[in-house]
Design a protein around this ligand. Structure first.
Ligand code: TYM
Length: 343
């Protein structure tokens, strides 16, 4: 039977990129007719502390992230929703994987470089890097691999920016199984059909929760007015017609990518551009704002309701239930792993 695992960092409310790249796929996977299919979606708080966090704020954001996931339609009777730190097996397996993961491979990964604002071809040896790079940020992909492997996931639905981390997880499986026998299962990546969603203000950068400019991202809990204001203010270019060319026209193409996510007839961005050939950029923005507002309709209201339901205890109850299922599933793997290693 299929086992689905994916994660999201509680560093802010999920945005349109998270929705397009990941959450939308998670929702579709709930319709899998396979009765035995198990689904685990984790709010990865241990990954979030690779950048500085305030305890009180992190606690609040974890609850908000879980409430936002429920508001999109994730159903706790079909999907276990839990905080990563509630399942200690994730960190236990991480340590074990650390003992077979190579620092050479990790040093080529691009995420720690981009989080430190370094270029992708920076090496560990470059001046100052070794001193400022925290071990946790460097080994971030090892914890991510443990998240996936501890649940024996067969499929991992993520946005395109996570590909490199998934390849690393498969590398960990190869190394572990070579050393200890064929106990871990190699996961398949499922990526959404859409390209990564870009910042509305700097369309050559990906849309990100940590971007301080609130106009750069649309949160899935934004009001219709906020959504319209942000779309209308999106950076485009000076050619007042519609065409799809991500290289030459990143801003306009990003709007078409967004429109395509919500297009009821399932047209891809290039097709949409053809259909909108004679329209102005103002028209395009109006269409995008309408589509996003309709597509996210109801999420905001449900988000607020979930957060306050049963005086806030509902969220904690959902999490406790999800964590119990996740611990049980992870424990099965750990029993095999400990046995194989001699622990
Ligand atoms: P995170 O929290 O950055 O993002 C959660 C999911 O949203 C996708 N995503 C995007 N997709 C399209 N366009 C964008 N602009 C965009 N921004 C984010 C991401 O691809 C991701 O699927 N390392 C992961 C969390 C994680 C994880 C895991 C994922 C931890 N352990 C195990 C899968 C399996 C992360 O930081 O996601």
């Amino acid at each position: 039977p299929r086992v689905i695992f994916s994660g999201i960092q509680p560093t802010g409310t999920p945005h349109l990129g998270n929705f397009a790249g990941a959450i939308r796929q998670w929702l579709n996977l709930q319709h899998d007719p396979d009765e035995k299919c198990r689904r685990f979606f984790s709010v990865v708080d241990l990954h979030a502390i690779t950048s500085p966090q305030h305890g009180q704020q992190l606690r609040q954001r974890k609850r908000e992230t879980l409430a936002a996931l429920l508001a999109t339609g994730l159903d706790p009777s079909k999907s276990a929703l839990f905080y990563q730190s509630s399942v200690p097996a994730h960190t236990e397996l991480m340590w074990i994987l650390s003992c077979i993961a190579s620092t050479g491979y990790l040093s080529r990964m691009t995420q720690w470089k981009s989080k430190l604002g370094l270029s992708p071809d920076t090496t560990l040896q470059d001046g100052g890097v070794k001193a400022s790079l925290k071990l946790g940020l460097f080994s971030y992909p090892v914890l991510q691999a443990a998240d996936i492997l501890v649940h024996r996931a067969t499929h991992v639905p993520v946005g395109d920016d996570q590909r490199q981390h998934l390849e690393f997880a498969r590398e960990c499986v190869t190394n572990f199984n070579h050393a200890y026998g064929p106990h871990l299962r190699s996961p398949q990546t499922i990526t959404s059909s859409s390209r990564r969603i870009m910042s509305l203000q700097q369309p050559t950068k990906k849309m990100s929760k940590s971007d301080v400019d609130s106009k750069s991202h649309i949160l899935i809990t934004d009001t219709p007015e906020e959504i319209r204001r942000k779309v209308m203010a999106a950076l485009t270019d000076s050619v007042n017609s519609v065409s799809y060319d991500p290289e030459a026209r990143p801003g306009v193409s990003n709007l078409l990518d967004i429109l395509s996510i919500f297009d009821s007839s399932g047209r891809d961005p290039a097709q949409l551009a053809e259909d909108l050939l004679n329209r102005s950029l103002m028209d395009l923005k109006q269409l995008v704002a309408d589509a996003v507002i309709t597509g996210l309709q109801g999420i905001r209201e449900r988000f607020i309701d979930f957060l306050s339901a049963d005086e806030g205890r509902y969220i904690d109850w959902v999490e406790a239930e999800g964590a119990r299922k996740a611990r049980e599933n992870a424990e099965e793997t750990m029993a095999i792993v400990r046995q194989a290693i001699g622990l």
